[in-house]
Design a protein around this ligand. Sequence first.
Ligand code: 17E
Ligand code: FE2
Length: 440
Amino acid sequence: MTSCDLLLRRCRLLSPAPSVAVEEVEIAIADGKLVAIAPRLDYTASQELDLQGRLVSPPFVESHIHLDSAMTVGEPRWNLSGTLFEGIEIWGERKRHLSAEEIRERAIATLRQQAAQGVLFVRSHVDVSEPSLTALHALLAVREQVQDWITLQLVAFPQDGFYGSPRNVELIEEALRLGTDAVGGIPHYEFTREDGVNSVHRIFELAQKYDRLIDIHCDETDDDQSRFLEVVAACALRSGLGDRVTASHTTAFGSYNNAYATKLLGLVGRSRLNFVANPLINLTLQGRADTYPKRRGLTRVKELWQHGLNVSLGYDCIQDPWYPLGTGNMLDVAHMALHACHMTGTSEIDACYDMVTWNGAKTLHLGDRYGLEVGKPANLIALDARDRFDALGRRPVVTHVISRGRLLVETTPPVTHWHSGPSGGDRPSPSAHENLRIPQ
Ligand code: 17E
Ligand code: FE2
């Protein structure tokens, strides 16, 4: 008999292909890796866990968040217009009073909250249009500090634009020298269209010079004349950087006329760009200048997915100047996407689950570091669900989070007891939160 560190029994293993049925298997883990997966394993283990037929999935991927501003809502004031612009103003006031210690505390508290809900891969933007780079230094230290249990990628993001202030270009390059994983930008917020186009070219030069990924806040506006996605796609195609490039938000794509949108779909398809949509935040930030009917303010998630493009979903904000709520639960993000993007067919619901797992991993360019195949790092989660559809329908708790081969977090689902009424007596009964036991 072979030995391993951790043996997981009765796992309903989710396949990357939604059409393949979920099958019950045992999983052996040793030295932080998946070493065997089969219906029956002949292994001895230092620790065994019976997952009782729960769904076993690769971890959730948070492909777009701002950890530097997370948990600052109301500081120094509330965003009353609800717009992106007022959010940027409030953050501009708040960022004059940042300290490394409070950023570290907020970021780690947020990452713990995410990990407890099954997120083990996070891409965070960090504002580098702030001369002391306090947030960047703090988050680079956090990236190191948490690496044993969660993977954090950082994007050098100039919230005030490349050309919003004379020092910003130098600050962005300094951030790359200090080691951010990706370079970002915000072309729709630059003073002029020309500045926006120049910033995109600059981003591609920097990515090539420092060999980094690209993730651009792109066309996050209802303005149908905001057309930087075509510039990003053309650069991705011509530079050959292709799937190393991500266009985040692209909400104006929802406002373009169909003739232009059709042309653009062809171009982005050739460029192999990744897209990140943030449905919770953009549903609330966009459409603020509309009367009725009000636009949804989301990019064309369904059409991008139908064209075979990689689309992932992000929370974007957890309690900050742009969005007062937020828990970090990726099932909430996928659930909102399937409503707002009209993705209610069965394969469409399955696709929304993939947008917070496998597709997120593609956006982050994780390659062999992600997935539930033998030889890969043992990162996985267990949920009280039968399949993708059930996970999105009931959004049950993630009961087990296994990171780097070790049990990191365990959560006991709530149990509902009826004390009188139709079921009679004190018998546990199914509720939206309760375990749905899989028939044996
Ligand atoms: N900054 C930005 O430009 N857009 C956003 N949605 C957030 C920050 C959250
Ligand atoms: Fe964002």
